[in-house]
Design a protein around this ligand. Sequence first.
Ligand code: HEC
Ligand code: HEC
Ligand code: HEC
Ligand code: HEC
Ligand code: HEC
Length: 415
Amino acid sequence: MMVRDSISERTSRRMIVVVLTLFLLQGLSNGTFAQETGKSPNTLEKAFPSASKCKRCHERVFEEWETSPLARSIHSPAFRASLDMFLASPVGKDKAQCFRCHAPHVREFPDQVQHFIDEAKSGDPLLDGVACAQCHLIKQVDRTKHPPEPTYDIESKTLYGPYRDFVPNLAHQSMELGLFQQSDLCLNCHQSVPSAANLGKTNDLLGGWDQNKAVKSGKECQTCHMPEQIGESANGEKKRKVANHTFPGRVGKLRQEAAKLDVQTRVEGEKTTVTVKVQSLVPHSLPATHPAWASLLLDLDIKGKNLKTVFTDKRVYGRVYQDSKGRKTSFDFEAVKVLEDTVLKAEEMRVETFTFSTPKDTKTFDVEVTLNYAPLTGPPAFIQRVEAESSRGSMDPVFQPIEIVKYVENIPVTK
Ligand code: HEC
Ligand code: HEC
Ligand code: HEC
Ligand code: HEC
Ligand code: HEC
């Protein structure tokens, strides 16, 4: 009896301590931006609150963003391996370079670049990559610079966004900024890369964005990559127009809108000709060629008797770079020249012709055409490095193709 009492007494005392502690912690973390105590400097964590701080009130946005590639911009084995290659290369002296877009808060804290490198190399960084504050503290983007330069406002504790009629809240100031509905915000990271500055005018990932049809018809990156929906912009607020933060691209439904295939097969006795019209529906270059190995693959597969493949061929849409020693390279930071450029330009139609011997001993054959985002390619040492960095080795998702569109038709072999 006595023993039990004292245990329950201790338990309840401990409960009180726990509750009090929680209460205190809650109080301390009430401000989204950690409280300034006296003249303490604006630290990395204070200036750029982590996404988990925003989650408390912006659960919907947080959950969408969490599934997006942006949330993993310093996490992938391919990033780690290429960061290593860059830092070890003769051009790798500017250690912050990769982080300027992959974890852009480095811009405000250049003396902490080693911390960013260590975090990325740990494989499981606690540091955010491209998170909420990394976009919503951008006050201006200077498009006259190449790449365009953002200005961060880390003094005023104001979060910039699309609403003029925002509901005031206790965690942060809000302010409407037209920039959030304009491509400029995105172009600061998506237009060109400093590592390919050597390439001059050809260092243009999207292909003359300003001259393109989408822009003229009033479409911005957000129209397609942050589609409008109706929902809560903050927990418990009334529903209104919000923007999808999953950033559909290689992942997500938008992929179905990337391209159309039109396939014609002509059997002429011994010879068969397949003509594939690849119609890009994208208002910018596809693929964007950073990282430098990013490419699309068009695969043709002819299946004859018993569905055995009797002929295959492919086309690659991407870029081949040359380094200063005249060798081919997979890294834009080593590139001095574009050797080959087969990227699909905005809404381009590419016509490919394949000729092969008509399959024998069969009444019909299958024509299979697939357009994919290609798996990672590169020098063997680099591939091995990526495999070693990944917990899934050669099964890492970067080694898997991502299907964009597939076409299959059964063709009769007529006499
Ligand atoms: C601070 C730099 C930065 C800004 C600003 C930025 N992005 Fe990105 N974005 C990235 C990085 C880095 C990745 C690659 C993440 C990864 O895959 O590791 C990325 C990936 C993406 C992807 C996925 C691409 C794919 O291959 O699937 C889309 C879509 C995208 N961004 C759209 C946008 C849009 C739209 C905006 C503007 C509203 C924007 N981004 C602003 C840096 C940025
Ligand atoms: C100007 C902005 C910018 C800079 C600087 C930059 N990147 Fe990127 N990076 C991006 C964007 C945007 C994407 C997403 C592109 C896409 O999916 O089309 C990306 C994608 C990648 C990817 C593929 C996604 C992934 O995480 O596996 C790798 C790898 C990568 N970058 C490595 C680097 C390295 C290494 C450096 C430094 C040499 C670097 N980047 C510098 C903007 C940048
Ligand atoms: C790559 C830049 C980028 C990142 C990262 C990002 N946002 Fe946004 N956010 C935007 C843009 C651009 C808009 C306006 C889109 C529009 O109106 O077309 C927006 C809109 C919003 C809005 C108002 C509309 C809505 O959807 O509720 C809120 C709130 C918001 N963001 C919060 C966040 C939070 C919280 C995070 C992190 C979990 C985050 N954002 C990450 C660029 C970004
Ligand atoms: C205490 C709750 C709370 C926290 C924490 C919080 N917000 Fe908000 N935020 C709100 C409310 C409420 C609104 C108003 C929503 C509306 O008007 O529909 C808002 C609006 C916004 C907007 C839209 C501003 C505009 O004018 O367009 C953005 C962007 C935003 N928050 C980003 C963030 C980011 C990034 C963080 C984390 C650093 C964060 N918020 C943390 C409650 C919060
Ligand atoms: C009219 C719609 C539309 C607009 C506007 C648009 N895109 Fe895209 N984008 C697409 C489609 C469709 C794809 C290909 C399918 C996919 O990957 O989801 C794509 C693919 C991408 C990819 C991934 C493919 C790759 O090769 O890396 C990135 C990154 C991207 N867009 C960035 C942008 C940026 C930045 C802007 C603004 C400057 C923009 N897009 C404007 C429709 C659009």
